[in-house]
Design a protein. Sequence first.
Length: 401
Amino acid sequence: MAWNNQGGPWGGGGGQGGGQSPWSRGPGGGGQPPDFEEMLRRGQDRMKNLVPGGMGPGKVGALIAIVAVLLWAASGLYQVQPAERGVPLIFGKFTGVLTEPGLHWNWPGPIGSVLTPNVDAQNTVEIGFRSTGTSNTSFDDESLILTGDENIIQVEAVVQWYIDDVEKYLFAIRDPNESLSPDALKQDTVKNAAEAAIRETIGQSPFEVVITGEGREEVGKKAQALAQHILDTYNSGIKIERLSLQRSYAPQEVADAFRDVVRAGADAQSTVNDATAYKNQVTQQALGQASQIKNQAEGYRAEKIAVATGDAQRFVAVYDQYKQNPAITSRRLYLETLEQIMGNMNKVLIDTGQGGAVPYLPLDQLLRQQPPQPAPAQPPVTTPVPSASSGTGTTTSGSTN
């Protein structure tokens, strides 16, 4: 021990057995109390050996004070980590300048102090449950919410947030009771704002919407926007990154009634789907029939228009020929008409050009005795020939079928 070192500051004896303590000095080695004046004198002598010669006690005290001040000022150095921001304070007031990661200096205590909040950390708040290892513990006072159609639903939500404005985060919110730590106060503020937003949003939504996946996601987005608005009005400096509803389900006490409601809704939806399918089928058939009738009418109209157009064109062509030579055209039309009428008839032609009485012949009996002959493919056309003598007589030639 230091007390046994020979030549130490407490004793000088040079013997080998000088294991004397500072409390057992003296000739008899008894328990005589130490001489404090002698100890102070020896300490001053040793200090004089360390400092340059000629320094008095006043200069030594000044040197000690300077060294103490330098050590105090050096204690103002502080390190800011990459995920942090430095907030230097002087007499508890923010200087207005945030320090980036690295080594910085601020007035040491009790004049100054430094806060280094983590601005990159993602904080999580659980509403309606608490995760404990592999299982979750439900909190009914947080999870039971009344929907817009006056049904009870149980909701579990998770809020993820980070520091957006360091100055507002540290100084804009305080606990009136001063019973919470700053970090616990911020967590409690986010939880209260998010829970209020979720209750208001679900209170305006029907049960069927909140219970479905798409509806739950939409409710989460609306609740996130509302919770962020609440925190902004507090000047909290907190940004909600995501508010998601993990689960939404009916409480155990009304689970059976809820399942009945779900089944009835499914049956109703199935009936609606069947009716919609039948409506679509009948509508498509009616549309097909209407389209078919319309197409037939269009075809009939086109046909009649084409026939009428052809007849009109033929009439115009005949009329043009008639205007050029009315007598010949009239005669030709007359002969063509007789050809159509008498083409398939039995005919007997009598020439009365010689004058005199017309002989009576039993033509009907002669025709009965003749075997029937096939009708010619095209009946002969009788052409009027002007008489050479009078110009008014006619000679009719033809064939008898």
